[in-house]
Structures are given as C-alpha cells and as structure tokens.
Design a protein around this ligand. Structure first.
Ligand SMILES: Cc1ncc(C[n+]2csc(CCOP(=O)(O)OP(=O)(O)O)c2C)c(N)n1
Ligand SMILES: [Mg+2]
Length: 557
C-alpha cells in the first residue's frame, strides 16, 4: 500500500462516508482509496462548489465534511468555501495534494493559504506516521470543530507504507461536552428566577438542545428565538418568535427589545442577530452560554457568561430551579415556573402576527415582474414543508429567509459567515445529499446563480429532484440599491436580460419563468409530476426598492 491509500483508508475508518471534490493527479489515489473503503464520491465541477457542498453536508448531516482537491489551483479554487466553513466552525477535512518543490507550477504556500482563511494546516509528513496523521486531522476537525487542510505532499503520497494493526477511529458527534461552570450556572439560575420577561436566542451551538431549552423556557416563562443559522429550531412552539435580527418580524423585534433578560445559547449574538445591538434591551440583562469561552461577550457586552454545552447547562438550570437549589424570588417575578413573559394574549399575538406573511404589505407586481414577497408566499404555499432551504447572498436574500417556513433546525442551510455570493447552489446540493428525504430548495439571485452555475450540471447528473429559485433583477441589486440613491453610475452592476430558464433547460432541468402569480402553476405541476428532473424557477422580480435587511448589512461594512 502507498501513503495515499493509507490516508484514504484511515479517514474511511474514522467515519468519512461522503467525499466531495474535483479529481486531478495529486488527489487521484487518495480519493479512490476512500471509495474503495466504502465512501461515496461526489464530483463537483468546481472546487469552490465541492468545498461548499461538503460544508453544507456537514452542517445538515451532523457528520464531518470531506473535500478532495488537486494541489495548487485545486486548493485556491476551493478557498472561498473553505473560508466560509472555517468561520462557521464546520468540522471539515480538505485533502489536498501538495507540490513541495518550489519550481513546480503547482507550488504555492498551502499552509499560508489555510491559515489566512482560518483553517488549520496539517500534513501527512511521513510514511510511518501517515495513518496517525490522517486520524489526528479527523480528530481535530470533529472534536475541535475546525476546518482542517490536510496537505498530502506528492513525494510522501507515493511512498510505500503499512496499515496499522489496529485502526484508531476517533469519536464522532457534533460537539464535546465541557463541564458547565457551577457558580456561573447558579448565577444564571438566579437571573432567570428574577426575570419577568426572559427571551432565549438559540444559535448553531444549540441545535441539538431543543428539548432541554424548551423545558427550561417552560419553567421560567421564556420566549424563544434563534439566530439565522438555527432557524426552525423551535418550530411548532406557541412561544416561537422565529429568527432574531435583520430577518425578525416587527413583533419579534418588539418582544426581544422588551425583554428584561436575553440569554444567548450557543449563539454569538453578533451584529446580525442583534441588529447591531438594537434588539438588545436597554434596561435588561444579557447572559451567554457557549462551549467556547472565547465566544463570550465578543459581540455585545454580557452581564454573565457561562462556559459549557448548551444542553448540559439548560438541564442543570431546570434541575436547580425545580429542586429549589436556587430559591425562587417571589418579590420580583413570582416563583420560578410562573408565566414569565408568557400570557394568553401574547400567545394570540404570536399566532396572529408571528410570521412575515402576516405583516400587511401591498403587492407591487406588474409590468412583467412579480413582487418577490408575492412570489415567496406563493412558493411557501405550494412547496411541501418537508423541505431544506439554502440561501445565497444579495438584496433578495431576506425574502426566502423570512417568507419560507422550514420544518426544523435541519431545514435551513445558511452559508453566510463569509458573506460570499455564489455559494447558494452548491450549498443546496450538499444539503440535498445530507437530507435526501426532503425537497432541497435553493434561493439565489441572478448574480449568485451565474457565479455558481458550474454546478447546474452536477444537480442533473446526481439526479437530485431539487428546486432552484432565481430572483432575477438583472443586476447586482445589493449594489444598485446601495449606490443608486446617491446618483452613482450603475453600469458596472447592471446586466442585460439572460434567459436563465433556457440555460437550465440546456442542462436538463425543467424550467418555468414566473412574471405573475399565475405562473406558479408551473411549480405545482412539477410537484405533481414524477420530479424526474430538477426544476428551475426563473422569477423576474420587481426591483424598484432595496430591502431593509440590506440597509442593515451595509452598516456592517
Ligand atoms: C464573492 C463575492 N463577490 C462580490 C460580493 C459583493 N456583492 C454582494 S451582494 C452582490 C450582488 C448579488 O447579486 P444577485 O445575486 O443578483 O442578488 P441581488 O443583490 O441582485 O438580489 C455582490 C456583487 C460578494 N458578497 N461576494
Ligand atoms: Mg440580482
């Protein structure tokens, strides 16, 4: 056996079961070794697509993502997707051939590339240590929730080596549980028992803890919200406010602002989730619970930080508040377990005003263009709820994020930590493979769609019964609405019409062009049919105004 084969086998023994990539000479053997050991290989058409597919797959399956690329340009092509994964703490292993001879055309400082985007550079540096080095890369990715570049120098790959007698796979699982801080937990129990209007905001680090958080929220009468990446976590709860931040409904924003205690659970409380801090109640307190101590107070000042696994901390708190470890404060909020922020009147308001589609708005469709809100509400009505939604970046992005419901926390894949356009289609492919029983829906702008268009063929080749919706304003709408009002020239950010439906048909898609609500019948017909081909919905959307979440976004520049 050669080193390249040993690495493939070692990773398969660790649990690698789906590998995304573009194969060249430098990753040919390692990829085939993974396949020989039982892994599925998904060929992307661009390494950027492969990295993003693996990232989305990891997020939506709870397993490690694996990417396989050629040395040099194979890796540089993948970098945007790697940066997104690294910023999101996605457990991802990027296997890359490596030219170590500086005279090679393919030579580039791969360690520096990885470090520059926040990934961990590692290397299979010797034949004797190959197996252990591959296993260690897998461990760092999974246990430390890091994106790892495992460099495979070409000369080392070709060396002969033996498989170890006893393979040593690492443990799996989404995240380790670090012991909760006893004192800080008690302090949080006191804060909760005194709070009259607690709101929980759950993030990515809370996606495994719905049950524990709901039990605690019931105990203290808290309302429930999420960051965008955890959208869907509390779906079905009468106290669910959906997403906090730029996408929050007016009611959610009002209630979060009105809290006297906000607790962020595995949630960074960043500028998006807090609308640049404006959703953080002026008079209230803020607490944050996170596995990673360095996340505490990074984006907003917190009164109390607790280091620990969200589920473990929530369980400990429920116990303390139930068994009387913390004496209930009867003066302020009434005994713990009282209604807190909850009342029948509020339940009625959440029921009546809790979704974006309940917020009155005037349909501005006309002149051969459909209002994106009307389009998205129409799609929400027609698409089955067993869906998994992936969103690209741009002016349009709030419409699908706000007007399309998702079934749970594994129904929304939001690869937006790097705020790159062009990742949405690959995200939807990775998500579709992670959750084959759900309808994968990609929502893209025309700019992001054409940037990621290399993977249209991948959708057809894999036989994925996906729906791609393109919000086409024939422009980089984000830029148009940002600069247009100041009278700047917009020629650099506007484009002539493109027949995106025809492009899709050329790849083997079914396609409908939507300019009026009546055109959505084409989507309904596709759903009724055999779904033997993917569907592309080319929606020509109205473009007279920018969106309010975009204004928020530009504040962050
Ligand atoms: C890779 C990358 N390039 C450029 C940008 C800057 N940018 C942000 S939004 C946007 C326009 C996207 O256009 P489109 O996909 O059509 O969505 P729209 O804004 O029109 O709704 C651009 C160019 C970016 N975020 N990422
Ligand atoms: Mg556009």
């Amino acid at each position: 056996m050669i080193v390249a084969e040993a690495v493939g086998r070692a990773l398969a023994a660790c649990g690698a079961e789906t590998v995304f990539g573009v194969v060249g000479s430098g990753n040919f053997h390692v990829t085939n070794a993974l396949i020989a050991a039982g892994a599925r290989f998904v060929a992307a058409r661009h390494e950027g697509g492969a990295a993003t597919m693996a990232d989305a797959y990891a997020r939506m399956s709870g397993r490690a993502g694996i990417v396989s690329v050629h040395q040099g340009p194979g890796l540089t092509n993948a970098l945007t997707g790697i940066a997104e994964a690294a910023k999101s703490r996605t457990p991802l292993i990027v296997l890359a051939g490596e030219a170590t001879d500086r005279r090679s055309n393919f030579y580039v400082d791969q360690d520096a590339l990885a470090a520059a985007v926040g990934a961990v550079p590692m290397r299979v540096a010797s034949a004797e240590g190959a197996w252990e080095q591959a296993v260690e890369a897998y461990r760092v990715a999974v246990e430390e929730r890091r994106t790892v570049l495992l460099n495979l120098p070409l000369d080392v790959q070709a060396m002969p080596c033996d498989a170890p007698a006893r393979p040593t796979p690492t443990g799996g699982g989404e995240s380790g549980i670090s012991p909760a801080h006893g004192e800080a937990v008690e302090e949080l129990a006191r804060l909760l028992s005194r709070s009259r209007r607690p709101v929980f905001i759950a993030g990515r680090g809370a996606r495994h803890a719905r049950r524990e958080l709901e039990a605690l929220a019931d105990r203290v009468g808290a309302l429930l919200a999420t960051s965008a990446v955890a959208k869907g976590l509390f779906r079905g709860s009468p106290w669910d406010l959906d997403v906090s931040g730029g996408f929050a409904t007016p009611l959610a924003a009002e209630l979060i602002r009105g809290a006297d205690l906000v607790v962020g659970w595995g949630c960074a409380l960043n500028m998006w989730t807090t609308r640049h801090g404006s959703l953080i109640p002026q008079e209230g307190k803020v607490a944050q619970v996170d596995l990673d101590r360095s996340a505490l107070g990074t984006h907003v000042p917190v009164d109390l930080g607790v280091t620990g696994d969200v589920a473990a901390v929530a369980t400990a708190l429920t116990e303390q508040l139930t068994t009387g470890g913390v004496a209930p404060d009867t003066t302020a909020a009434g005994p713990a377990g009282a209604a807190g922020y909850r009342s029948p009147e509020l339940a009625r308001r959440i029921q009546a005003e809790g979704r974006w589609r309940d917020v009155p708005c005037e349909d501005e469709s006309g002149g051969g263009r459909i209002d994106p809100r009307t389009l998205t509400i129409g799609l929400d009505d027609v698409l089955p709820i067993e869906r998994i939604l992936s969103i690209d970046s741009g002016n349009f992005m709030g419409y699908p994020s706000m007007f399309l419901d998702v079934p749970d926390e594994r129904g929304f894949c939001f690869t937006q930590a790097f705020q790159s356009i062009g990742l949405g289609l690959a995200t939807a492919i990775g998500a579709a493979l992670a959750q084959p029983d759900r309808l994968s829906v990609a929502a893209l702008g025309d700019g992001g769609a054409l940037m990621g268009a290399a993977e249209l063929e991948t959708v057809v080749r894999l036989g994925l019964p996906m729906v791609i919706v393109i919000y086409d304003d024939e422009a980089y709408g984000a830029e148009v609405h940002h600069f247009g009002p100041n009278g700047h020239p917009l020629d650099t950010v506007t484009f002539p019409p493109a027949d995106l439906a025809a492009i899709a048909r050329g790849h083997g898609f079914a396609a409908v062009t939507v300019t009026t609500p009546a055109d959505l019948v084409g989507v309904a017909d596709w759903l009724k049919g055999g779904r033997d081909r993917p569907l592309l919905v080319h929606a020509k959307v109205t473009r007279n105004r920018g969106s309010w979440w975009l204004e928020e976004a530009f504040k962050g520049h």
